[in-house]
Design a protein around this ligand. Structure first.
Ligand code: NAP
Length: 247
């Protein structure tokens, strides 16, 4: 018996990086996976790879900032697989700049994708899960939302907002058997962090007590824990997966 046998999972921003790895781990644990991304072709490719490997997966394009597209995603997942048992709100972008240089557009864009996107995903999935009487929602925050990083007033604000959103939502839907939790990854090796100047990446890596940057699988395993019955009595928590950085 696998941890997600018979379960249906939706992962936003699932075509690459952490989201792609969450899709992989969930599929390995028996879930039917809906890979979603603003990059529709990327989502199709990721779902096809899972399919070829013998797993059950489907792709639905969704820009998480659009309420209409979020409805298409959630309705599509239910239509295709019959339920949504795990929703992972993972889609993200960075538009780093110090406050002096950050434009209003860069601030708004990051807030929209992370905070609005996470709210729409949580709200829409909770609508389905409330009716089912069970479900688990996992929101991707960041250690940046706990400690703040220079050049990330937009991103840190959005990621801290996701913590409040997660806790409030957990209180609203717990009585219906729906759990809502967040993960705060530290420095994880993906396209998002590979875009950082090498010296800054190295400097940050040296601050990590476990002595290395994380792999997407480190986050995917935490998402598996929060998305499965292993965490059946856990809701409204923020799980730091950061190798001990910023404890
Ligand atoms: P990534 O490799 O850049 O992947 C993010 C995915 O989200 C991309 O496929 C991206 O598509 C997609 N996306 C962007 N805007 C979207 C939108 N409006 N609607 C739907 N999908 C959208 O990032 P990652 O490093 O895997 O990060 C995944 C999550 O973990 C993010 O929420 C991030 O903030 C969080 N996180 C990451 C780290 C880290 O060290 N990597 C640390 C803390 C938290 P495009 O490429 O086409 O834009």
């Amino acid at each position: 018996m696998k941890l997600l046998d018979g379960r249906v999972a939706v992962v936003t921003g699932g075509s690459q990086g952490i989201g792609r790895e969450i899709c992989q781990v969930f599929a390995e644990q028996g879930a039917s996976v809906v890979v979603s991304d603003i990059n529709g072709e990327g989502a199709e490719n990721a779902a096809a790879e899972l399919d070829v490997a013998g797993f059950t997966a489907s792709a639905i394009r969704c820009d998480v900032t659009s309420p209409e597209e979020m409805h298409v995603l959630v309705d599509g997942a239910v239509e295709k697989f019959g339920s949504i048992d795990v929703m992972v709100n993972n889609a993200g972008i960075t538009r780093d700049a110090t406050m002096r240089r950050m434009t209003l557009a860069e601030f708004n864009q990051v807030i929209q994708v992370h905070l609005l996107g996470c709210w729409l995903g949580t709200k829409s999935a909770a609508d389905v899960m409330r009716e089912q009487g069970q479900g688990a929602i996992v929101n991707l925050s960041s250690i940046s939302g706990k400690v703040g990083n220079i050049g990330q007033t937009n991103y840190a604000a959005a990621k801290a907002g996701i913590v409040g959103l997660t806790k409030a939502a957990a209180k609203e839907v717990g009585f219906k058997g729906v759990r809502v939790n967040a993960i705060q990854p530290g420095l994880i090796k993906t396209a998002m962090t590979m875009a950082m100047p090498e010296d800054i990446f190295t400097q940050r890596e040296q601050e990590i007590p476990l002595g290395r940057a994380g792999d997407p699988r480190d986050i995917a395993n935490a998402a598996l824990f929060l998305g499965s019955d292993l965490s059946s009595y856990i809701t409204g928590v923020v799980l730091e997966v950061a190798g001990g950085r910023h404890i």
